[in-house]
Design a protein. Structure first.
Length: 103
């Protein structure tokens, strides 16, 4: 009886540690946030690809906890503004950090 109780306690502790390992911290995403950010990045890239005035190969997109960071070298300030505007309109984007530069 005591052995069963100890085994159950150990399994419960292992489950708690597993769940705690999937949680997020200020510097690290949890599993759900990672998936959400991957979806946001894909949506932003798709919208940029669908915009004929932008070259998607020029713009890099990364997302961390809903904050989209855009970088790369583009040919005009208007294209930078257009890319940032597109990213802001994507569902789930909390804010956009613009690190794009003119060629």
């Amino acid at each position: 009886m005591k052995i069963n109780r100890r085994i159950a306690t150990l399994l419960f502790a292992a489950c708690l540690l597993t769940v705690a390992g999937c949680g997020s911290t200020p510097n690290r995403e949890g599993t759900g946030e990672y998936i959400d950010d991957a979806v946001i990045t894909t949506k932003v890239k798709a919208e940029i690809l669908n915009e004929p005035s932008l070259k998607s190969a020029e713009i890099n997109v990364e997302t961390f906890k809903g904050v989209v960071q855009m970088s790369g070298f583009v040919s005009s300030a208007a294209k930078i503004d257009k890319a940032v505007d597109i990213a802001r309109r994507v569902e789930g984007v909390r804010s956009v950090k613009n690190d794009m530069r003119l060629k």
